[in-house]
Unconditional design. Sequence first.
Lengths: 439, 565
Amino acid sequence: MTVSRRTFIVGCSAAIAAMTGSAVRGLAFAQPGDTTRRDILVVVFLRGGCDGLSLVAPVNDPFYKGARGELRVEESGQNAGLLLSNTIPGADFRLHPRATLLQSLYINRSLAIVHACGLRNGTRSHFEAMDYMEGGIPESGVPANGWLARYLNSINASGYLPAVAAGTRVPFSMVGFNDAAALTDPTSFNLSWNSWRYRSQLNQALDAFYSGDSPVQQAGRTTLTAIARINERLPRDSQGRVIPYTPETGVRYPGGRGASLGNALRTVASLIKMDIGLLAATVDYGGWDTHEGQRWIFPELVAGLAEGLYAFYNDLWRYHDRLTVVVMSEFGRRLKANRSGGTDHGHGNVMLVLGEGIRGGKMYGVWPGLATEQLDNGVDLAITTDYRAVLAEILIKRGALQTVDQVFPGFRGSLLGLAYSPGETIERPHRVNLPLVTR
Amino acid sequence: MIWSRRRFLGASATMAGAGIVDFPGKHTSSITFQTHSQTDLAATPPIELIALNRMAYGPRPGDVARVRQMGFTAYVDEQLNPNDADDALCASKLTSARLRIQYDAGMGYPAVDEMRLLRTIIENWGLAQLWPLTKHPAYQERIRPVEEVRAATLIRAVYSKWQLREVLVEFWHNHFNVDAYSDTRISATWPLYDRDVIRRHCLGNFRNMVRDVAKSIAMGFYLDNAFSRDGPANENYARELFELHTLGQENYLNHLYNRWRDVPGALEGNPIGYIDQDVYEAARAFTGWTIAHGQTISGSLRLPDTGEFAYVDLWHDNAQKRVLAFEIDPNQPPLSDGETVIRLVSEHPGTARHICRKLCRRLLADDPPDSLVNRLARIWLENKDASNQIAITVRALLLSDEFASTFGRKVKRPFEVVVSFLRATNAEVTPNRDLFWQLQEMGYRMFNWGPPTGHPEESAAWLSTNGMLRRWNIINYLQSSWLKAATFDLPGQTPPGLTARQIVEFWVGRLLAVPPPTSTMNRLIDLMRQNGSADAPPTGSADEIADRIRSVVTLIAMTPEFQLR
């Protein structure tokens, strides 16, 4: 059978497969007449420093084996890593054993892996590294706004609800884009007055209070606008009641350690399906600071990540031609494990990129090796790819960015070739290992 | 206006057309409200109102008159010397408070559903009573102590006479942040961290506070030092000790220097900041500092399972170390290496500036002037051995010109929104889990903030669309029939016989430190009077009038003015 890249990877009903004719349009276009091609960009940030050496592990590297001991992913046996094809030279790279669903996405050529990338700055501080990375200017000094904000401003993103942080607050990457909204659940994103009698007068008064220019008033204005727009687009039944969001049949967002990620991705999926003009969304997934007990925590986090991305990607199978997901973290972790069953703050790390517009099923980057003299400061995986190279390529090829300098001033690195440019013919995958349904 | 989370102060200062220290209206003695024709969020209210909004969780009825009568300086000195014997209202609320506990039966334990007293608080439970709870089969019992501390914290914030202490307790809990829910050994013993570490030292000596934090059950498990042992050490605690607890990110120079001797001042023994080499060495100094929880030392040798702080020499790295250019000789006596590190980082001039700037950012504005920070840092260092080092420094801050001449430079965090509303409305508080859930949805996770940074300080972090919507809604939820975290009698507190305008002025005076613009007053009066005259008592049924009073009070708490302090 010929399988399109536009595939729904879990088994799904024929009814849904039959719905493919009703293509959703207009979503990625900010306003009528604007035919600029741009993907919806979803940025998943793994807060705390994900151990990239366990997520995509160089299982046969002698230095890795020696330094990690029990905390490593193995070549064979119960803790054997999952095989990957088209890897980069330097080691036998395997996915963490709990990442089977990421392996499916990789085999399906939807997922690309970039290794040994990150921030050029040598900081091992979470908070500094996140500020630099989300600021997008890694050399020194934190800019006033984030890289996603500069992207959205540079393309004059003026859609209905162009940018959403799925959570209680806007991460630094989006700070500086005035229309960025933070929310946890669109179905309850509304004012809740106690008084029914004076409700309309109360609404008018609140609106008037927040018509000024002070920072609080501006924040209130943005909020009132977002409330109005979300509530206008929320699906409702004939009595006007909001219909709770239901993912596609067969899609299960994760619980357990992955619940926070699953809930946030589900919120993003529901907004995308509301045709609300979303161009960028951020999702935080915390808990990766595994100084201790990594053996118990990390596999659960990885399972949550894999299940979350897989569910999200399948939930949005009708949007695959305009969706790109990036997974990043502030730094990787120390090569050598500590004596308390964990790993300390490191440097180079892995990034994941997911989407139909991505040349997936392939690893990118240059492996620097793990011998002491190859390590950064003699202890941590070195960085051979600036994380901005990955983001810049996505913004240019899958977003609508004109020049890299608008978002990453001074960045001069070359792109990796991991994304298709608009109009390029997308290669079809030739091998799959899961039941697939053609779109 | 471009939003920068670091530029909130700058933005509002520009808007008001004035710099940070030269606002008009300083020390005005009247609290009579004038209504302004334009939004003027930077107007400076009388010092009593500045004080009660920034060194307290907002005024309760009668507070403004009391502070004015006793004088601001006397009020500061009173607040710097809290006396639990003189806090009858709060004590009675704590003693009578009940917090529900409910869980199903499980293996070997029955179901429970009761309104239980805050026993760990009012009976002052110690380690011997709390540690066994870490073994309780029911999760709700293992987290009960932290749930009781949360309830007590809310009650104290609303009712305690010693408001400055409560404000500083919140500050230090965030400074030495621990997620109490990350480990049930922490949650079950949380009253100890709250009472014997944070509260005990909140106005005391900083070095002693750092030492007791380092030895606490809470920090030991949260930042993993309880598991750290020689070869290689666990760096988690040592790193945050430098970056968050003492010198701060502003003094982390790893992007500039790779070797300790390259840090300016290092060769003279006074490095201006720290790098990763200091973190590695400090981590080695703290190896063997642990909490006794029955772990095996070697063979059949075990630590007792008591929760007490313990030092295990076998796990300690005894070799020489160099921290902040200070040489620690090998084979020092037990605990000496770690205590030396605590002294070095606690007394570093960078720490003085970092902590003083942070205190200013809590009590004054996001972007306090360097001149004030440096002045406070000098006082901090001069008093490094004083048992009331923190109180002396905070006093200087509160009595500074900058404190008296600025207002509205901080956005209230969700807890402050809730507590200041409860105080202004003289509400009866009945803490429950749903209220803490609401706060969490607002982004405020009391004793449950995951990263070791504590809650964000900068105002802009609290102004997301989620944050704004929920700070509006919480005012409604608090008065709703379902949240049940407080009861209100707003019509009953409104003096009889007032005109519609006077009713609005009464409640504006209760809730706002600065007068709102005329347009806001008119909206509120229109709501109160409906079809009647502004200058006559409101007409309509008693039910309608009560609804209007509640709606007016709700709306005042939803103004931009109420969000600032």
